[in-house]
Design a protein around this ligand. Sequence first.
Ligand code: PBG
Length: 325
Amino acid sequence: MNRGRRTRKTDAVRKMVRETRISPDSLIYPIFLQEGDDIKAHIDAMPGQYRYSPDRVREIIDDCLGKGVNKVLLFGIPAHKDPVGTQAYDHEAIVQSGIRKIKEEYGEEVYIITDVCMCEYTDHGHCGILNDREVDNDLTLPYLAKIALSHVEAGADMVAPSDMMDGRIGTIRSALDEAGYISTPIMSYAAKYASAFYGPFRDAADSAPSFGDRRSYQMDYHNRREAVKESIFDVSEGADILMVKPALSYLDIIREVKNATNLPLAAYSVSGEYSMIKCAGEAGLIDEYKTMCESAVSVFRAGADILITYYAMELADAIRNGDIG
Ligand code: PBG
């Protein structure tokens, strides 16, 4: 008889034969920075998550560091929006001043990654510059380069473009290189799907498009090969890390991209994934902690090396407690 149960008999042997190992080093926590002073505002669509003004961001960063999470992904919520998203690249804008504030206080202790996109900064809520009612790809590229460069000049350690314009990785790489930032890596949201799971984020970041949707630039969720195509484009343009987003409904994509490329691979467990587990847990329908653990491990098992998650701190605890990892 084949007795598969032999290696499942005790905790010791189960842990010995475990195929997926994870560490807090692989976790990234997203932070929403809001322009203004003395702000810690609850995000109702994401229970337990907050927007912080730069003067209070240390509260959440201290929590992260206390849990062993030292990598953050910054998003900005500006006070003013306009058609070309000026507040995305202004040197005094919310993300740029937030980066300076964090770096002044923590230096190398915190690794800062920034989301490079326009949708939080444009009054129409699209991820690029409009030409009539179309998002104009090539017109948007220089703006993305300016945004990325302004983040790096302010002290960002890595930039993560999430706009899904064609050619953005190459454009941003050239801009960084020309300015002398040859060692600053780019994490590309390479396979980003047009997803309903971003719903709570758009509430959090006030970035829902005012008309239409994002399907002319984000990917159609019926497609798998296209994710490989997009990833290979980004590899050829100079990406350092690839990302698949969302995570849970896209485990097949994570595995596919992992097999087809040899860059480190990140997955973004997005706002809707967080809120589903959180709210079902709060309603007493599922065990929040165990569901969080199981879904995070599934993303690594699928092939991710890095996980961006609103549960980063709770997962770091779960790893330390020996419940996963
Ligand atoms: C910006 C961006 C979005 C997310 C990350 N970067 C929103 C979107 O594309 O609409 C979603 C993150 C989340 O849902 O947690 N373009």
